[in-house]
Design a protein around this ligand. Structure first.
Ligand SMILES: Nc1nc2c(c(=O)[nH]1)N[C@H]1C(S)=C(S)[C@@H](COP(=O)(O)O)O[C@H]1N2
Ligand SMILES: [Mo]
Length: 207
């Protein structure tokens, strides 16, 4: 297992925090105007003709969409701040994608469903309470900064959950499973916090 990290600490190219409203910067974070890359394993090579998106678990019927079907759903643009547990934050990032709520309208969850496990290529997962999955700014994003996602940032599709640490923003996302309780995903099993609120510094287990 390889872990790819392009940035471990700030340097002079990082913005000075005095330039912005400091209440936007969670405790322990520094700002950068670069876009670090961080993931476990290798960047998947994606064939869009074989790509699909699956919603299963506690739903009346499993749903599966092809890339063409998924991309035909209404999309929107958001500008949000993102916060990585490795301590960089990036303000006013621009994304385009399909709101998670748009997908949610197409499924019929059972009443027992409380959480989801989001899954990606190579078995990567991340867990979220349903109410956190369904926040207004959350997207299944396919564009960043006016261009298609770069492979290392999640091409063709990544989840965007900006109010939690960025490890919840699953790159190369392929679907999610509805559950009747919380189950740790990949980073959560490796010591990261189950929830991950940057403003409460929920970085690791026991914090
Ligand atoms: N599929 C997948 N998504 C992932 C990860 C991963 O290892 N695999 N790492 C997470 C972590 S820890 C972070 S900080 C962000 C980094 O996103 P970036 O490389 O676009 O900055 O992706 C998240 N999404
Ligand atoms: Mo991260």
């Amino acid at each position: 297992m390889t872990i790819t990290v392009t940035l471990g600490f700030p340097d002079e190219r990082d913005l000075r925090s005095s330039d912005v409203d400091v209440s936007r910067i969670p405790p322990g974070q520094y700002l950068t105007d670069r876009f670090p890359v961080l993931h476990a394993g290798v960047v998947p090579s994606v064939d869009l003709s074989e790509w699909d998106f699956t919603v299963d678990g506690l739903v009346t019927e499993t749903k599966r969409w092809t890339w063409k079907e998924f991309r035909s759903f209404p999309s929107t643009a958001v500008t949000v701040d993102i916060h990585c547990v490795t301590k960089w934050s990036k303000l006013d990032t621009n994304w385009v994608g399909i709101p998670v709520t748009e997908i949610w309208e197409k499924i019929e969850p059972f009443r027992e469903a409380t959480h989801v496990l989001v899954h990606a290529y190579h078995g990567f997962t991340a867990n979220l309470p349903i109410e956190d999955l369904l926040r207004k700014d959350n997207l299944f994003a396919y564009e960043y900064g006016g261009r298609p996602l770069e492979p290392e940032h999640g091409y063709p599709l990544r989840l965007l959950v900006p109010h939690l640490y960025f490890w919840k923003s699953v790159k190369w996302v392929r679907g999610f499973t509805l559950l009747d309780g919380d189950q740790p995903g990949f980073w959560e099993r490796n010591g990261y916090h189950m929830y991950g609120d940057p403003f409460r510094e929920q970085r690791f287990w026991g914090e």
